[in-house]
Design a protein around this ligand. Structure first.
Ligand code: 6R9
Length: 657
């Protein structure tokens, strides 16, 4: 049980200059944001530059049969203009946008200004345009953490193309299914990526993926490592060559506030990953406002250079979209842009970069904090962290022990810690402390952001008030909300608005304490969270049954010290297949190759049979308990078709891969 009595007041140095400097301020603004929602969100739209002002602030319904979400309709704007051009036009082009930190320290670090970004994005936009990419076309981006990834997203936004970033750690088949689903005919990649000193063959992965995607016309390749690649004449194009013949200037396409900005695939409890769609106006307002207030980000400080923000996420995830590319850039932020990993060349890397660039706000995942905590305090102490003001976490529940280490060791007890709960579907922060106002509690995401109305429901949909534990839903729309699933609105409605009609269902469980603070307890559906990466048990199971030796598979999450959750796999083999350690290894490699390294099973148990109800449903609750090594908590097994399988599964539980 987390200790709710431990309350940490906001850091005095943060509070002294904060945009929201007290709980009274937070509460007054929060009240206004929900009671006078139109006025509040009309005012916030003023953060952006609009070509044409909007006519209606909000028009939405969560009611069955009529689920629709629209913000700022009638408004015309361009996301790239807001993130780049307007800073240059206002004479701020010389401001640093990115402090690029390469995988290996010193191997190509550089400073990139907003004017540099402006020039690169226009060239890239023209390279796309010269090859027929225009408004509404889908462009798949499969790039490592290099500035070109941001340029590619911004270039698409500039010309009104819808981008779909696929995390560069995904396998060729995962990439292929994401290209197919949104019917994209243009891919942007690099020769290779770098990771902890190794090279990742990205272009080769694209080549493999495209064997199943004949519709792709062009592959635009960034020359990054200079490694050898295979070449398909006519289809493949080097970016450095194409940009030589591209015009320098590219105008911004005027986009409707509700025109799609991007599609991002994310896992659910069933089926293949969903293409979550975010649109332009509301998403830009939401990401820029949450970035500024949650991190208390000040672009200028008394006329001098302002804060240096660092989000360690990959642009392949929503966190990289919202808190590297859009939110911070719309705010004209200076950011560290990091190609590397937390423990390469050693566990001191993060803090060396913090010292080198005098980072003020640092945003990472609990899994990274736990991995570094396991290496002890010394690698942290080696570097000067006195520039830090706000420390953020995202992606999964943070255990209080890791929270305290982050606060005390990394932050020297003098920084605010913001535990931000949100999702791909929410576009940006939903529950989070504001660092100059909210008393923090280790393990709690505390309070709703402005405009967010969370509710806790019982499993049968009854609203629970006061202190309560149950399912987390959101009662009204907010500007950053996903609008639909790409070309599958029914799936959007079924996934999020059917279990509890009239509410957005998050898929998370939570508890609200006596102070009104929220504690996320984790997913209540069949979605795993491995090192902060979302994965459907169904996806891993589908990968397993593709293997010829596997007849049936069931996958559950089990507690894991570093990753938060580990992947525990039960497989039933086909007649004649031998249950050997070699097969176990082969199945792990098979899942890794099918989905990507993040999906590699931690434990593989061969099961003569799986516990099923008489109607044939696998009882995961029981498998979870066996995986957790809690055979005394199996609960009611009387509905099982064959109760004997359980005893044999308990006996053969795996505690190693
Ligand atoms: C931004 C992001 C969303 C799921 C979400 C929840 C978990 C994220 C959390 C957290 C506890 C936090 N989650 N932040 N759980 N505390 N601060 O991670 O999006 O990849 O879509 O994952 O992650 O379970 O439902 P996404």
């Amino acid at each position: 049980m987390p200790d709710e009595r431990a309350v940490y007041p906001p850091a005095p140095a943060v509070q002294a200059r904060a945009f929201v400097p007290s709980m009274a301020d937070y509460e007054a603004t929060y009240r206004r944001s929900v009671e006078d929602s139109d006025a509040f969100w009309a005012e916030q739209a003023g953060r952006l530059d609009w070509v044409t002002p909007f006519e209606t602030v909000q028009d939405w319904s969560f009611e069955p049969g009529d689920v629709h979400i629209k913000w700022y309709e009638g408004g015309v704007l361009n996301a790239c203009y807001n993130a780049v051009d307007r800073h240059v036009e206002a004479g701020r082009g010389g401001r640093t946008a990115f402090l690029f930190e390469p995988d290996t320290p010193g191997d190509g670090d550089r400073t990139i200004t907003y004017s540099d970004v402006h020039a690169e994005v226009q060239r890239l936009a023209n390279v796309l345009r010269d090859r027929g990419v225009g408004r509404g076309d889908r462009v798949t981006i499969y790039l490592p953490m290099i500035p070109e990834a941001a340029y590619a997203m911004l270039a698409c936004a500039r010309i009104g193309a819808i981008f779909s970033v696929v995390f560069a750690g995904f396998s060729p088949s995962a990439l292929a299914s994401r290209i197919e689903d949104c019917d994209s005919d243009f891919v942007i990649t690099a020769d290779e990526g770098r990771r902890a000193g190794r090279r990742i063959a990205l272009k080769a992965n694209v080549d493999a993926a495209l064997r199943g995607c004949p519709g792709v016309r062009h592959v635009l390749v960034v020359r990054h490592t200079g490694g050898d690649v295979a070449w398909t004449e006519g289809r493949d194009v080097w970016l450095d060559e194409a940009r030589e013949t591209a015009a320098a200037a590219c105008p911004c396409e005027p986009m409707g506030a509700e025109d799609p900005l991007f599609v991002l695939y994310t896992s659910g409890s069933t089926g293949t990953p969903k293409g979550v769609v975010h649109t332009t106006g509301g998403y830009c307002v939401w990401t820029s406002l949450t970035h500024e207030l949650t991190f208390d980000y000040h672009a200028v400080e008394g006329g001098a250079a302002g804060d240096v923000f660092w989000c360690t996420a990959d642009v392949g995830w929503i966190t990289g979209h919202s808190y590297i590319v859009f939110g911070p850039m719309i705010n004209g932020a200076t950011q560290v842009f990091f190609e590397g990993t937390p423990t390469y060349p050693d566990a001191g890397r993060f803090w060396e970069v913090v010292e080198k660039h005098r980072v003020t706000q640092f945003y990472t995942a609990p899994t990274a904090i736990r991995a570094l905590m396991a290496k002890g305090d010394e690698p942290v102490m080696r570097s000067d962290r006195s520039s830090l003001k706000v420390l953020g976490t995202v992606g999964e529940p943070i255990n209080p022990e890791a929270w305290r280490w982050y606060h005390e060791v990394v932050g020297e007890g003098r920084c605010s810690v913001v535990d931000t709960w949100w999702q791909t579907e929410t576009g940006g922060h939903m529950l989070t402390p504001l660092p100059g106002a909210t008393p923090e509690k280790p393990g709690s995401a505390t309070r709703p952001f402005f405009g967010v109305v969370p509710e806790v429901l019982s499993p049968d949909g009854e609203r629970l008030d006061g202190e309560a534990e149950g399912l987390l839903v959101i009662a009204r729309s907010w500007p950053g909300q996903a609008r639909t699933v790409y070309r599958n609105h029914d799936r959007f409605v079924n996934t999020y608005f059917t279990a509890f009609p009239g509410r957005y269902f998050t898929g998370d469980g939570c508890r609200r304490d006596a102070d009104g603070d929220y504690w996320i307890t984790g997913r209540v559906d069949d979605v795993l969270n491995v090192s902060g990466h979302r994965m459907g048990t169904a996806e891993v199971e589908s990968a397993l049954v593709l293997h010829e030796a596997v007849a049936e598979a069931a996958v559950v999450g089990v507690p894991h010290d570093i990753k938060g959750q580990g992947i525990y796999v039960y497989v039933t083999l086909v007649e004649g297949a031998d249950a050997t350690d070699a097969l176990r290894d082969e199945l792990r490699r098979h899942v890794r190759a099918t989905i990507g390294p993040i999906a590699t099973p931690d434990f593989v148990q061969f099961a003569p049979g799986l516990p099923k109800t008489r109607s044939g449903k696998i009882m995961r609750r029981i498998l979870r308990k066996i995986g957790e090594n809690a055979p005394d908590q199996l609960g009611d097994t009387s509905t099982l078709a064959d109760p004997d399988v359980v005893a044999s599964l308990v006996q053969n539980r795996r505690n190693q891969p």
